[in-house]
Design a protein around this ligand. Structure first.
Ligand code: FES
Length: 132
């Protein structure tokens, strides 16, 4: 069954693709399929976008984590940061560090955590809790 969104006539092509993905790729309530597990090798990262929210996927020793790709200091792209001490990402702009597992801000100049999203792996695909 397809449920047309109420304002479907006002959506652009990207919006329609996003909505189609929501309706066709979702098999777990509130989770969205975002990438193949093979796309994020151990020690690697990948940027995805869901609902116009940028999400950075990180693979820490085989465990996938998803955090919002926004440094809370000044919006730096965390997916472009450096992984340090095995579980922290250092923002490429001014060096704030975040715990990839929890989103917690660990060092100046960031004080607020960044959002995190629950992850599930199913049949070699990465699913994340739908960002809102
Ligand atoms: S934008 Fe990330 S530390 Fe400033």
């Amino acid at each position: 069954m397809y449920l047309a969104p109420p304002n479907a006539t006002h959506l652009n092509e990207d919006d329609n693709q996003s909505i189609q993905n929501l309706f066709t790729d979702r098999t777990m309530s509130n989770y969205i399929k975002v990438a193949a597990l093979a796309d994020v090798p151990v020690g690697g990262s990948k940027l995805v976008e869901v609902n116009r929210i940028r999400v950075a996927l990180f693979n820490l020793d085989g465990a996938i984590h998803a955090i919002e790709d926004v440094c809370t200091h000044d919006g730096g792209p965390l997916v472009e940061g450096t992984i340090v001490d095995g579980y922290q990402v250092q923002c490429p702009r001014h060096g704030a560090r975040f715990d990839i597992r929890t989103g917690a801000a660990l060092s100046f100049p960031a004080f607020e955590p960044t959002n995190t999203y629950a992850v599930q792996i199913k049949d070699g695909e990465i699913w994340i809790e739908e960002p809102r």
